[in-house]
Design a protein around this ligand. Structure first.
Ligand code: PMP
Length: 314
């Protein structure tokens, strides 16, 4: 079945979902986006993703042109149109169609599209054995130039880092800021464990505040673990007891080695394993239902067996 795409208020088959070559999202990377997951019929932390999207849009003075509630509905409708209970949602808002000048005033209004598809996670052995990670020479873009907190359509900084990772034959790369402090991986946040505490670089080091990062910090605190956000150096990475990455696509994934230095004997380490399991549990119970009528049906069926199939009807 062709994928069904939400495009500017309507859901169309993918072969009808066309974007103009004059769209400033394409011409200049002018826009914002989100990557969202659905697990077992629920959208994980949809509101948090939308708050980040709308904040990014506000920061670049892009009027999305629809309230957040309507956007939430559009995400759920796209999943429903694709009969999807699990998968990845890519939500994109561009500045819209203009002319060849970069002035955003040339654009009449935003383009909004939403794709629901499968997600290519790392192979299972990566989760079991951990990732091979390098620190890349590409610096994370300076927040004074373009704040990494904005999930903008311009990912060249991350892509340049990614090409270094590919050339090194590693799984992921960690970017430092211009002062040499750890920021984040190309598409994930970074955590380390040291002496029972959980550490992750602060927002002001120049990073995207991940929805998964927030969830993992919450879960750790709930489990009584102290969570801190200090400036993180390469030395702290190399001497960590455990290291893992978090992201909507990757979830929680252990790091085996950084710049060829093995982090510890046991990979994934105990805290990584605990947090990964807790995160999985959370995704199953939290979030907006994509097919609420099924849940209602299930509740009725539980109370009155046969009601769902119409057996109980007179
Ligand atoms: N950093 C960057 C640069 C990212 O692109 C992502 C993925 N959105 C993340 C971190 C992780 O954020 P999240 O947990 O919200 O997916």
């Amino acid at each position: 079945m062709a994928r069904q795409i939400y495009l500017d208020g309507t859901i169309v088959p993918e072969h009808e979902a066309h974007i103009s070559v004059f769209d400033h999202g394409l011409l200049y990377g002018d826009g914002v986006f989100e990557g969202i997951r659905a697990y077992g019929g629920r959208v994980f932390r949809l509101r948090e993703h939308l708050v980040r999207l709308y904040a990014g849009a506000k920061s670049i003075m892009l009027d999305i042109g629809m309230p957040m509630e309507q956007m939430a509905r559009a995400v759920v409708d796209t999943l429903r149109a694709n009969d999807r209970r699990d998968g990845y949602v890519r939500l994109v808002v561009t500045r819209g169609v203009g002319d060849l000048g970069l002035d955003p005033r040339k654009c009449k209004g935003p383009t909004v599209f939403i794709i629901a598809d499968d997600i290519a996670l790392y192979p299972r052995e990566v989760y079991e054995e951990g990732m091979s990670v390098i620190t890349v020479t590409t610096c994370r873009v300076n927040a004074a130039a373009l704040d990494p907190a904005i999930k903008s359509l311009n990912y060249l900084n991350n892509i340049l880092a990614r090409t270094e990772v590919n050339r090194a034959g590693a799984h992921e790369g960690i970017l430092l800021n211009s002062q040499g402090f750890v920021t984040e991986a190309t598409g994930d946040n970074v955590f380390i464990v040291k002496n029972g505490r959980l550490l992750t670089p602060p927002e002001h080091s120049g990073l995207l505040v991940g929805v998964t990062r927030n969830a993992v910090m919450e879960l750790a605190r709930r489990a009584g673990i102290e969570v801190v956000e200090p400036a993180v150096t390469k030395h702290m990475l190399y001497t960590a007891d455990e290291c893992f990455l978090t992201g909507t696509a990757a979830e929680v994934v252990a790091v085996r080695d950084i710049d060829g230095r093995r982090i510890s004997e046991e990979i994934p380490g105990p805290m990584t394993r605990m947090l990964r399991a807790a995160f999985h549990e959370l995704t199953m119970v939290e979030g907006e239902l994509i097919f609420p009528e099924e849940a209602e049906g299930a509740a009725v069926a539980a109370v009155c067996p046969g009601a769902r199939a119409g057996v109980g009807a007179a």
